[in-house]
Write a protein that binds this ligand. Structure first.
Ligand code: GDP
Ligand code: IMO
Ligand code: MG
Length: 423
């Protein structure tokens, strides 16, 4: 029995949901540890498509316990919608537990996310406008409202009033927005609190006991390592820790309790939102990859920016997350696009750079160095055996593996549960 961490190893949307759903089928416990409903995880199971934002992907498996850890920020309205959506499809949520310490996304967080993005003008981050940043700001500022506070009516009412005294001033005086009515917010969110209270508990002893008794535990990553507040392309990042290290602080376990770290990558690169993207393709090939891979955001519907696979990023992911293996999803969209390129290193002022640079200024000076490989035209989406893939596809996967310096455990050739090839 083991504990596995699954993280996105690029800029998110690497197909984590699909891989987690497959692994969840063999897991006793699935834990979300960071981010909120900025995440959008698509799962295609038995002909049905599920889009999960905050609910752990293990929910589709009736025997799996699903934990939302304290590193997650929760929009109660969205979570209730997901619970209701699941229940109406006959999927029980009785195995869901929410940590008491998880912070609550309040309506003023969502408002402030939109207002601050607008105020940034051309320099906006391109956030999902779900209130993620402002909620984490309150958490670190120590004025945030946690799930345990929300289900305590008296404390909740006091905290909302205290918070709104300041938030309303910022909304009105700094941004010229419309203030919130404290009574209305308290009434609306108290109803959500009642609905969610049965799920709220201290999840840390449950998780500890599960690990100690040898259960199979899966930590479900959200976002991707380049969106990490410290290791990502700051400030074009999210406000949490989507790296493997974030799992410990987001769930209340120590690092020694992690056995495996699995990094999810796509056969190419995508990014939603603004910020640098060295291998971006603003041409016909980029558009073809977008169409072949249906690269449109699960959460916001925005077209995803597309580009070639970047091995500098992949190596950075392996190094900063102690990756023990890689899942390379979405190699099928690379079919029928002609020659395929891989970025093996960057060139900066005549120097070869193989370590992902820490600053935007250095990154802006980096030009990708490409290696060109043959493409393929065959439909590979129903192939189950690596040796039956076109030789060009096999070579592509093996070259990516070599460049990453980490074994590829499986590859994805389609969105379905069975569209994977174990290596
Ligand atoms: P996540 O945020 O990492 O869970 O990824 P998203 O769900 O936002 O985006 C990945 C999309 O690709 C989803 O629509 C998946 O159904 C789909 N997908 C996952 N793996 C594969 C694959 O190997 N091939 C193809 N064509 N689609 C895939
Ligand atoms: P999953 O889990 C892709 C991006 C946003 C924006 C930046 C900050 O589906 O891979 P935020 O709303 O978090 O303050 O936005 O982070 N972003 C994601 N991009 N996939 C995600 O999640 C993302 N979650 C946040 O687009 O650039
Ligand atoms: Mg996604």
């Amino acid at each position: 029995m083991s504990t596995k961490v699954v993280i996105g190893a690029q800029w998110g949307d690497e197909g984590k949901g699909k891989t987690i759903d497959i692994l969840a089928g063999k897991s006793d416990v699935v834990v979300r540890t960071s981010g909120g409903n900025n995440a959008g995880h698509t799962i295609e199971a038995d002909g049905v498509t599920y889009k999960l934002h905050i609910m752990p992907s293990g929910i589709l498996n009736p025997r799996t316990l699903n934990i939302i850890g304290m590193g997650v920020v929760i929009d109660p309205k969205v979570l209730i919608e997901e619970i209701d959506g699941m229940e109406s499809q006959g999927i029980s949520t009785k195995n869901l537990k929410i940590d008491s310490r998880a912070h609550v996304i309040m309506p003023y967080h969502i408002e402030l996310d939109g207002l601050s993005e607008k105020a940034r003008g051309k320099g906006d981050i391109g956030t999902t406008k779900k209130g993620i940043g402002p909620c984490y700001m309150d958490k670190t500022e120590r004025s945030g409202i946690r799930m345990c506070d929300m289900i305590n009516p008296e404390k909740f009412s006091t905290m909302v009033r205290e918070n709104l005294k300041i938030k309303n001033k910022i909304i009105e005086l700094v941004y010229g927005g419309t203030p919130f009515d404290a009574d209305a917010v308290i009434a609306e969110y108290s109803a959500y609190a009642k609905r969610l209270a049965p799920y709220v508990t201290d999840t840390t002893p449950i998780l500890y006991d599960s690990i100690k008794s040898g259960k199979e535990v899966l930590f479900e990553g959200a976002q991707g390592i380049l969106l990490d507040i410290d290791l990502g392309t700051y400030p074009y990042v999210t406000s949490s820790h989507p790296i493997s290290g974030g799992v410990c602080v987001g769930s209340g376990i120590g690092p020694k309790d992690i056995d495996e770290c699995i990094g999810i990558l796509k056969g190419y690169t995508t990014r939603v939102g603004n910020g640098p993207f060295p291998t971006e393709l603003n041409d016909e090939v980029g558009e073809q990859i977008r169409q072949n891979g249906h690269e449109f955001g699960t959460t916001t519907g925005r077209p995803r920016r597309t580009g070639w696979f970047d091995a500098v990023i992949a190596k950075y992911a392996v190094r900063t997350n102690s990756l023990t293996s890689i899942v390379l999803n979405k190699i099928d969209p690379l079919g029928n696009i002609g020659k395929i390129k891989i970025c093996t290193a960057y060139e900066k002022n005549g120097q070869i750079i193989t370590d992902f640079p820490p600053t935007l200024e250095e990154l802006a000076e980096c030009k990708p160095i490409y290696e060109e490989l043959d493409g393929w035209t065959e439909d590979i989406s129903n192939i189950k055996d690596f040796k039956l893939l076109p030789i060009a596809a096999q070579r592509y996967v093996r070259r990516v593996e070599e460049l990453c310096g980490c074994k590829i455990a499986s590859i994805g050739v389609g969105p379905g549960r069975d569209q994977n090839i174990d290596l």
